[in-house]
Design a protein around this ligand. Sequence first.
Ligand code: SAT
Ligand code: MN
Length: 596
Amino acid sequence: MTTASLETPLTKNPAVLKWVEDCSALLKPDHIHWVDGTEAERQNMISTCLKTGELEELNQALLPGCYFHRSAQNDVARTEHLTFICSPTKEDAGPTNNWMAPSEAYAKLKGIFDGAMKGRTLYVIPFIMGPAGSPFSKIGVEITDSLYVVLNMGIMTRMGNVAWKQLGDSPNFTRCLHSKADLNESRRFICHFPQDNTIWSVGSGYGGNALLGKKCLALRIASALGQKEGWLAEHMLILGIENPKGEKRYIAAAFPSACGKTNLAMLVPPAHLVKQGYKVWTLGDDIAWLRVGPDGRLWASNPEAGFFGVVPGTNSRSNPNAVKTIRTNTIYTNVGKMANGDVWWEGHDNLPPEECLDWKGQKWNPDMDTKAAHPNSRFTAPARQCPSIAPNWEDPAGVPLDAILFGGRRAHLTPLITESYNWQHGVFMGATMASETTAAQQGGNVGVVRRDPMAMLPFCGYNMADYFGHWLSMGTKIKNPPKIFLANWFRQGKDGKYLWPGYGDNMRVLLWILDRAQGKGASVESPIGTLPTKDAIDAGGLDLTAPVMEELLSVDRAAWETEIADIDKFFATFGSRLPAALKSERDALAARIKKA
Ligand code: SAT
Ligand code: MN
């Protein structure tokens, strides 16, 4: 028996009751609260947070239903070096993941969890990843001592009674154990046990570390489940394009961070295309679960219910739909806060305020050389508030994909867009995709190439070589597979300026992609894949000269030879576990480059 004060559990599920009792014996909370997900409960939690200072109210006339949270200063981002895949063997986790033996991880974290909730309330959060009632949804139960986590989970997932009901008496749920403990980095660990369908996270209250439905469940645990069950959990946005005839087609896209994924997901087409009657619909901005449908196509659905997006740089030019989405019912974390209860960040539509409090709570003015908002400050907002949210975004079946888009930030190497020859070549493109670091990223080394296969480097819950193998084997199961493409919005000219306008104009490239998926669209073969002809991409209304388009689509043989050598180094890290098909794609590419 626990000594925590009693509240009637909202479930009779024996596996949940036993697990909560065991956890509570370890964590020793003063009180246990069973989350029901009602509006009354949410209002109560907000009131508590306003009293403790965990939340501050923003100006309710300007930002109705919006609140502000300031995190601990050492707890502002995911901590990849403290994130572990605790599979039975190190080989199961693979060379791209940190590994800890399960027994060691359980023992170490038990020591930190022991008594960590003394004087606190333990919240039991049931949640669904995926739409309620969908046969493809997965259920998790998260134990946490953070009200900020509960409130964020309420936006990001289908939380509360709806999840208790869907779970029923089933023992099939992901056991997500989280405590802020003392927020000390030396006692911070984010551990995944795919073989036990379990996540233990301690010492952080930050999004990706603490909202365990997101990266931990919907990517790391789900990717391992997907390998067993024959589907894919991917770090992808999903968008729909409606043509002037009202026909809708769908694309899923994976980009490493700092490539504008949320902006692409909420893209507003250029006036030129709006006039013609094109529309873009948003279905998800971060995670997509992909399954083969009864029609032999690949279907995508977004397991999340909200957006947890980077705030700085969000403005009416970069992402007008996000600007509208985050005006109401949004939790702002670590932005600048003004005396009138408004918020401000670098890259806001408004000029900087004369004075405000920065994300650390210190007085700030524009003459200072610090930033008002933390570069990784975040908004948490309900997806349904997005003006471009697709009417069918919660359809349990998902949407059928015409194309999969991979991408990265490369100053000189990859063309604006390249089409793969076939599924296997497309998997090779995804497996070798990379981004160059920018000045905005931590570490300071600008232009360093970081391989980030399918943008899953920090999120794959098992050996990445096996993950490549799983992608290849999925190709044999999809009768009508989507076409795979590789994009680069960030190619630079000799003057170091971007050649392509990006943002809404990326729509022009998406239209060529959809043309190709339907066997249309002018194209030309190149050693690296199929490219658009120089006038295949609609440039109407842009002042983009023919030589610039040629440069955007050019293939530099010497640069590709260097690239292949770098791919070799990356592939070598997987040893003999690397699928032979990827090695043969590499050899075929090298041969084509040599001949060119
Ligand atoms: O940092 S989070 O994992 O919470 C969000 C993201 O990286 O997409
Ligand atoms: Mn992400």
